[in-house]
Design a binder for this molecule. Structure first.
Ligand code: G6P
Length: 597
């Protein structure tokens, strides 16, 4: 959450900073701000709202040579100009932008107030600006290090000092921060996608590392203030232009990209099968597999656990990362732990990984970002090959994650039981024939949903997990209170909520469960529910009279149906969101990368 950008060079600084921020808007869009240094003075511009609000009031200071900028997802203090970053020390010597949470800021703030510092914001970050002033010494990087030693929690910091031209000071603990340079310019960002097309390589700061960044020169330090050397990372995978093309929104583009991503997964795993490393040698000691994630990634984990138990017959459980961390999970060196995270930066997932490692588990990251904090920590990486996902609500990454987990479950079965599943070919077949549902067929339903306050998804087995994900998509971008229920649980609460005209979406793709699911659906219909059924099966005529609408799905092997069915609901959520006048790429109060607890 929150995005940081820094720039040193001879281009118009404000513009460079804002262009960088636009690429990081997925990290938060409550407010934005820049600070630039010109003639020994720091100039700040801040705006409430997203980057376009900042862009409108930018002064484009001429002759500025260095600047830092920030897009905020509010943690401490409401979205407002006062709480927007950069924050400035009382003596106006220091400006700082921050991503993370300073856990001991209350105590630090009290101490600073006793020393007559006054605060103009409610943020935790402002303590850093005043601490820099309080601890200021001749050696500025030393001031930064001393300040960071006082901080508990997580931070990525970019800092400028009014007396030191052409320099940005950087610090990192638990929140990501990257630096890159060419001969004439130096760039700083929370995500190296900002460097694409500008430089060939970049540096990644590790926890408790610091950097003094100048033109043509980066000096790295450890917490003791000693200089350290770091190796650059070549830019490859993310060097992709982030561009909506002709689509109205990133979300629409990302949903439509799904078939081509599945093809890319097939090709990637054919060329270099990341599963091969999970061989008999490793598996002979494993008696349990756990999957851990948040939000959509958690739902992908639920589907994955089901695949693993079905195909590999290994006990598999999925956990929400924040619960896993505090429930003293029963795992040890016989556990294989898969951390599912599109971004690889979700704080709870990373902390859950730390716990699993401490307990001796073998760990895998199923991630889209191969340079992410999570990817750096795990034993093995399964890339999801989805390309940058910008819309806050995850779509193509989910479909990619469950596709890979489907293949992995079959790989485990092959290794364990000497079977011969050709899992790549079955996904390839789906990838070549999958079509994203025609928008027209969902238009009418989405028109009806715009006035709904409550609605439900019901399903059994794998379909129940699809219901959970479909329901989350709808909540995230339409703000409709939607709930998913196992179709066998309806009598235990759900039926009390059904009123005349309540929309109930029924996902029914598993033949053995079809009749039972339809029975539950008819019970809802008897209480007034409008049933919309998504299925690949022909519904018997006798059952049709109660059904309001049918969403016809393509027919694939049943274990692939979670991959084939979710697109319809991603699209339905998208259409409903846009009809309600919501920007589906940036739903209120949410952010794509949840880098704080
Ligand atoms: C946020 C995003 C979701 C995402 C979840 C987990 O809630 O808005 O789209 O599914 O975080 O993110 P991760 O990057 O760990 O998959």
């Amino acid at each position: 959450m929150c995005g940081i950008v820094g720039y040193i060079g001879n281009k118009t600084i404000d513009k460079e900073l804002v262009d960088g921020l636009k690429l990081l808007e997925y990290r938060g869009y409550d407010s934005a701000g820049v600070a630039v240094l010109k003639n020994d003075k720091i100039y700040t511009t801040k705006a409430e709202g997203n980057i376009s609000c900042l862009e409108k009031i930018l002064k484009n200071e001429e002759n500025a040579t260095v600047g830092i900028a920030h897009t905020r997802w509010a943690t401490h203090g409401k979205p407002s100009i006062n709480n927007a970053h950069p924050h400035i020390s009382s003596d106006k010597e220091w400006a700082v932008v921050h991503n993370g949470i300073i856990e001991n800021f209350g105590q630090l703030k009290n101490d600073l107030q006793h020393n007559n510092f006054t605060f103009s914001s409610e943020t935790d970050t402002e303590v850093i600006a005043h601490l820099l002033q309080q601890l200021n010494c001749e050696d500025k990087i030393n001031t930064v290090i001393k300040t960071c030693k006082m901080l508990e929690g997580s931070f990525a910091l970019a800092i400028i000092n009014k007396n030191i031209d052409g320099t940005i000071y950087l610090a990192k603990r638990k929140s990501p921060l990257y630096i890159s340079l060419n001969n004439a310019e130096t760039f700083v960002a929370s995500d190296p996608i900002c460097f694409a097309g500008k430089t060939q390589s970049y540096y990644s700061l590790n926890d408790d590392e610091f950097c003094e960044a100048k033109i043509g020169k980066l000096i790295f330090y450890n917490l003791n203030g000693e200089t350290i050397s770091k190796k650059p990372i070549e830019m490859t995978d993310f060097d992709i232009k982030i561009d909506k093309q002709n689509y109205a929104h990133f979300m629409l583009k990302e949903i439509q990209e799904t078939p081509s991503i599945l093809k890319r997964i097939v090709q990637t795993y054919k060329d270099n099968n990341a599963f091969d490393k999970i061989n008999n040698q490793i598996l002979k000691n494993i008696n349990k597999i756990i999957l851990v994630g948040c939000g959509t990634a958690y739902h992908a984990g639920l589907v994955g656990a089901s695949f693993i138990e079905k195909f590999a017959k290994i006990e598999a459980r999925c956990f929400v990362a924040s619960e896993f961390r505090y429930n003293d999970p029963l795992i040890d060196d016989k556990t294989l732990a898969i951390f599912v995270s599109q971004s690889g930066e979700t704080a709870d997932t990373i902390m859950a990984h730390e716990l699993a490692k401490q307990k001796g588990a073998i760990t895998i990251a199923l991630t889209n970002v191969l340079y992410s904090s999570l990817a750096k920590k795990v034993d093995f990486i399964f890339p999801i090959c989805a390309g940058p996902e910008i819309a806050v609500a995850s779509t193509k990454a989910y479909t990619a994650q469950i596709s890979i987990l489907n293949m992995f479950a079959k790989h485990l079965c092959n290794v364990r039981n000497n079977t011969n599943f050709n899992f790549i070919d079955s996904l390839s077949n789906l990838a070549n024939t999958l079509k994203i549902l025609d928008i027209n067929c969902l238009e009418d339903i989405s028109k009806e949903l715009i006035n709904e306050k409550t609605m439900f998804f019901i399903g059994r087995g794998l379909d129940y997990f699809t219901c959970e994900e479909a329901s989350l998509k709808l909540k995230e971008i339409t703000y409709i209170n939607s709930q998913a229920y196992p179709a066998g649980e309806l009598k235990h609460g759900f039926l009390a909520l059904v009123e005349n005209g309540t929309h109930v979406f029924v996902i029914a793709t598993q033949k053995a469960l079809l009749d039972k699911t339809l029975n539950g659906a008819h019970e809802a219909s008897a209480r007034g529910a409008k049933l919309v059924i998504a299925t690949q099966f022909d519904i018997p005529k006798s059952q049709l009279k109660d059904i309001y609408k049918i969403i016809s799905l393509q027919n694939f092997d049943e274990d692939l149906m979670p991959i084939a069915s979710i697109g319809a609901f991603q699209m339905l959520s998208y259409l409903t969101s846009t009809k309600k006048g919501i920007n589906p790429d940036q739903p209120r109060n949410l952010a794509k990368s949840v880098t704080v607890e």
